[in-house]
Write a protein that binds this ligand. Structure first.
Ligand code: ADP
Length: 428
């Protein structure tokens, strides 16, 4: 029966050392695993349970000693030889390594002639050095602890500094997006105006009557301008919500009427894509207190997603339940569904499940993808109305079409009416 080869995990980032170890140990039958960083080494060790760990003392992310502490605290590695690969043979350095549970040392540069013998010694239970008494061991451990804590403090300061920088960069990015969208708005308004002038211009109207292509071009142009305008508005709304600069105007509003208005916007695409909408106006409350524009935006985003992620011929159901205090409505579709592990993330900004290659600027093309802002906008709006938004779906499946149902729940009356600042938001 062939014996399982003994496995050695080498955690080292110096290429010459790695090469010498491989060249010397592989030919005599050891199985070698390698890692260049301590955390990677810990993962491999926990997964592969090597018979020995050889680690450099100075690794990019942790010291070899810290790694030894981590391994020794795991009962599976209590007896595993953990040997330091070290080019510092000062007595205090070595004492530190032994104090944290390392078995011994192999000097760098590696001596190819003696390495195999050395490895065998540790494999067979060999141990280097020992402390004269517990007092000596205690003193060394304290020195080690002080080093660890001071390294930790340095790391925390670095992380705090990095965090500040990231926050500043994030702010610059948000400002840039907002400014870019603002800048685009002005020429877009002009383009819209010229487009309107063109449509009303008698010579052009004559041309449209004579040549069918001219009206097709005009329709294409108008559609693209509308789409671009809604993208710019979507970015501006998201940016206002992110930066807490949106006012909500709560007043009494007819929720069913708003849903009807939104559905009217999608009449053509619904017809074109043979979708069936199920909506009973009588089930929806005539009066709730909310911001009508923001509720319209929420419903529009949910309906446009339902359209976008449902194949032609599918169904979309708009349901509402209302108990006098809380109104709960939902948009359910018979589309591709959403994987369970993605169901929370999609409410955070710029989260798209699908490949960005599928990205399309269309709000209604099947499976087109978008900016990934719609649901985070909805989340921000509903949060500001003291409500909840969530999704239920059995998972994503483009064949079985399990569908998704987005629920919104808001209190019928809002505590601080009529006007207050929108707070809390998407970035969490
Ligand atoms: P997008 O502009 O990409 O549609 P959203 O924030 O509206 O951005 O949605 C985020 C992601 O959630 C989408 O990219 C999509 O993967 C998923 N999603 C949203 N609504 C649905 C739905 N009704 N069915 C399936 N997936 C959906």
């Amino acid at each position: 029966m062939s014996q399982r080869p003994q496995t050695i995990l080498v955690i080292e980032d110096d290429i010459t050392t790695i090469r010498t170890l491989y060249d010397s140990l592989k030919p005599v039958g050891y199985r070698l695993l390698g890692a260049r960083r301590a955390v990677e080494g810990l993962d491999i060790a926990r997964r592969e349970r090597p018979d020995m760990v050889l680690t450099s003392i100075y690794l990019p992310d942790m010291t070899g000693r810290e790694l030894a502490v981590m391994l020794r605290s795991d009962t599976r590695f209590i007896k595993t030889p953990i040997v330091a690969l070290s080019d510092n043979n000062a007595t205090e350095e070595r004492a530190l390594s032994l104090a944290v549970g390392m078995t011994g040392f192999i000097d760098k540069p590696i001596d190819a002639v003696t390495i195999v013998e050395h490895i065998q010694y540790f494999m067979q239970g060999g141990q280097e050095g020992n402390f004269k008494n517990t007092q000596e061991l205690e003193t060394v451990r304290m020195t080690y602890l002080r080093d660890v804590v001071s390294r930790l403090e340095k790391r925390i300061r670095e992380l705090e500094e990095n965090n500040k920088e990231l926050t500043a960069v994030d702010q610059i990015k948000d400002d840039f997006i907002r400014l870019a969208a603002h800048e685009l708005r002005t020429p877009l308004t002009l383009i819209t105006g010229y487009n309107k002038l063109l449509q009303d211009y008698p010579i052009f109207q004559g041309l449209v009557e004579q040549d069918h292509n001219a009206s097709t071009f005009l329709e294409g142009l108008t559609e693209s301008i509308d789409r671009m305008q809604s993208i710019v508005e979507e970015i501006l709304t998201a940016s206002r919500i992110i930066t807490n600069r949106i006012d909500i105007n709560v007043r009494d509003m007819d929720l069913g009427a708003i849903v009807q208005e939104v559905l009217d916007e999608f009449v053509f695409v619904v017809r074109e894509r043979r979708l069936q909408i199920h909506f009973l106006r009588k089930d929806w409350p005539r009066i709730i207190y909310a911001d009508p524009d923001l509720m319209r935006l929420t419903i529009r985003n949910l309906v446009s997603n339902a359209i976008k992620y449902t194949p032609d011929g599918g169904h979309i159901y708009l349901n509402c339940a209302f108990n006098g205090e809380i109104v709960q409505f939902s948009v359910r579709d018979t589309g591709i569904g959403i994987a369970r592990d993605k169901q929370i993330g999609i409410f955070k900004r710029m989260q798209q499940i699908n490949n960005v290659q599928l990205h399309s600027t269309s709000k209604t093309a099947f499976d087109g993808g978008g900016l990934g802002l719609g649901l985070s906008i909805c989340h921000g709006i509903i949060d500001a109305h003291h409500g909840k938004i969530w999704v239920e779906s059995e998972g994503q499946d483009r064949r079985a079409l399990p569908g998704s149902e987005f629920f919104v729940e808001i209190p019928v009356e809002q505590p601080e009416m009529p006007k207050r600042r929108l707070h809390a938001l998407m970035a969490q």
